[in-house]
Design a protein around this ligand. Structure first.
Ligand SMILES: Cc1cc2nc3c(=O)[nH]c(=O)nc-3n(C[C@H](O)[C@H](O)[C@H](O)COP(=O)(O)OP(=O)(O)OC[C@H]3O[C@@H](n4cnc5c(N)ncnc54)[C@H](O)[C@@H]3O)c2cc1C
Length: 489
């Protein structure tokens, strides 16, 4: 069988990508070398934009039962002074969700996998390592090796997406180099489960900016708590994981009588960006394309955004609505966006380490000049052939996510109405708009007229990844300013 898309890697990026492509009715093969999902948490945070992508997939409701709403992050020096505050609003944001959530990564991955089981055209193969890929004129031949029996199988697919993590096999196959953005540090990550409540530990994430030993505390969902410790140069990666050393490090907060050690592991936090995210029918997404220090809690979020960006473009090509050229916009839009997050995370890492906190504060938040509060980072997508260059440069919100409008008496969120499809928001439904595309007008919601006025527009094109792709100052010209695939031919 020739699959439309083969996804190598069934982590959060691969599972999100597979769900979004399956929603378009495409045949998807997912292969992972592990027998089951990675049991221990790495990511413990995600944001409102990412929750919106999970909403499109249909797992936001059960996921919201499993998360904890994060009040924010505080950077504190060794004299207990607050250096920098990053409060996260407790109200619902324009995305329709909370700004910041704490999660247990396996809970999310389980929900993504369960949801995928609903699609007949999806084949998932676990415990199978991809060991070779061959390019044939019309498709790729993928060789998988069963890790228990050694049995070899081959599969064919029109597109191959490497969601296969930091040591990506697909990245090696397309010989994409990684650009090193300069951060590499060893950190010990300790997860514990509290035996009884400890409200005194607090709900904020705390970055302890101690030059001698930078540390992080995270309040994770339920009874889970995490501490992270930067390793000193002379410290041994194995020796520091000994239980007596772990409890010694934690003794400022907690004792073995109060909590159970769930895991401890030394990670090297890196900052890398692949120099090429696509070659022909091959794509990289998630950690295969970029690695960031986790100080902003954005590594996984970046992979989920990759999936939202690439999946609708692949869907358009597979459905015959556009040609392959649209796929060039994937890296063009996503790489600068990912770079902005990685660079900010590196600056925050600098603050956590610095003896010279004033300089580090300016680096961490260069625009605020003395203000010690960090605002959420909301970079635009990089420009691509999909954007009108002038609109992308001049219009503040073209290339940024569109607010999620609530529609009708039932206040139905617009994303629920559109699924993984485009939306037009306009003063009236433009003539010749393809019949499957949702168009919202001021009659549908009192939020629409102010939104259009704010954008100085009579029509907005909202892409399936919920970014504003273009605006039309006059609705009658929307069919000239918005892409051809939105219109009846
Ligand atoms: C300590 C720590 C804390 C973090 N905290 C956060 C956070 O709070 N928020 C956040 O957003 N991010 C965070 N991250 C980052 C986040 O965990 C990763 O970015 C995310 O897990 C990457 O997902 P992925 O699906 O791209 O890759 P992975 O989860 O690494 O999945 C890759 C998959 O590919 C499979 N694979 C690899 N090679 C092959 C092959 N040849 N054949 C078949 N399968 C293969 C692997 O088995 C694996 O399942 C953190 C990371 C760490 C280490």
């Amino acid at each position: 069988m020739l699959f439309d898309v083969a996804i190598i890697g069934y982590g959060p990026t691969g599972a999100t990508m597979a769900n979004l492509l399956a929603m378009g009715g495409h045949s998807v093969l997912v292969i992972d070398k592990e027998a089951d999902l990675y049991p221990l948490p790495r990511a413990v945070h995600f944001d409102d934009e990412v929750m919106r992508i999970f909403q499109t997939i249909g797992i936001a409701k059960p996921l919201s039962q499993a998360v904890h709403i994060n009040p924010g992050m505080r950077f504190i020096d060794q004299h207990d002074r607050l250096l920098l505050d990053w409060p996260r609003p407790q109200q619902i944001t324009s995305h329709g969700w909370h700004a910041s959530y704490r999660l247990h990564q396996p809970d999310l991955e389980r929900l993504l996998r369960d949801r995928l089981a609903d699609y007949a055209d999806v084949t998932t193969l676990t415990n199978m390592a991809v060991t070779a890929i061959r390019d044939l004129p019309d498709y790729s031949l993928i060789t998988g090796t069963d890790r228990t029996t050694g049995r070899i199988d081959t599969f064919t697919a029109r597109f191959v997406i490497g969601c296969d993590g930091a040591n990506s096999f697909v990245r090696q196959h397309i010989a994409a180099e990684m650009e090193d953005l300069g951060f590499a540090e060893d950190w010990l990550v300790i997860d514990v489960v509290l035996d009884s409540p400890r409200p005194d530990l607090g709900d904020h994430t705390i970055q302890f900016c101690y030059p001698d030993r930078p540390m992080t505390y995270c309040r994770n969902p339920g009874a889970r708590r995490r501490w992270e410790f930067a390793l000193k140069k002379e410290e041994d990666r194995e020796a520091i994981c000994a239980p007596e050393t772990i409890w010694q490090l934690l003794s400022k907060w907690i004792s073995p009588q109060e909590a159970t050690l769930e895991r401890r592991q030394v990670y090297t936090f890196r900052s890398h960006l692949a120099q090429s995210w696509q070659q022909g029918r091959y794509f990289l997404a998630g950690d295969a394309a970029h690695l960031t220090p986790p100080f902003m809690g954005q590594g996984m979020c970046m992979g989920i955004r990759d999936a939202a960006n690439l999946s609708w473009k692949l869907d358009s090509v597979l459905a015959g609505k556009t040609d392959m050229a649209i796929l060039d916009s994937y890296m063009a839009e996503r790489a600068p966006h990912a770079r902005a997050f990685i660079e900010t995370a590196i600056h925050l890492g600098g603050l956590i380490h610095s003896l010279d906190t004033e300089t580090a504060l300016r680096l961490a938040d260069p625009k605020s000049e003395g203000h010690k509060q960090l605002k959420p980072l909301a970079p635009k997508l990089g420009t691509s052939a999909l954007f009108d260059e002038t609109q992308h440069q001049m219009m503040p919100d073209v290339g940024r996510p569109c607010p999620q409008i609530k529609v009708g008496n039932n206040q139905t969120p617009m994303d629920d109405m559109a699924g993984a499809n485009h939306i037009i928001i306009a003063t009236c439904r433009p003539e010749n708009l393809a019949s499957d595309i949702l168009c919202l007008t001021p009659d549908d919601s009192p939020q629409i007229a102010p939104l259009l006025a704010q954008q100085n527009a009579e029509a907005l094109w909202v892409r399936p990844d919920r970014y504003i792709g273009a605006m039309a100052p006059d609705a009658k010209y929307a069919n000239q300013l918005f892409p051809e695939f939105l219109w009846n031919s």
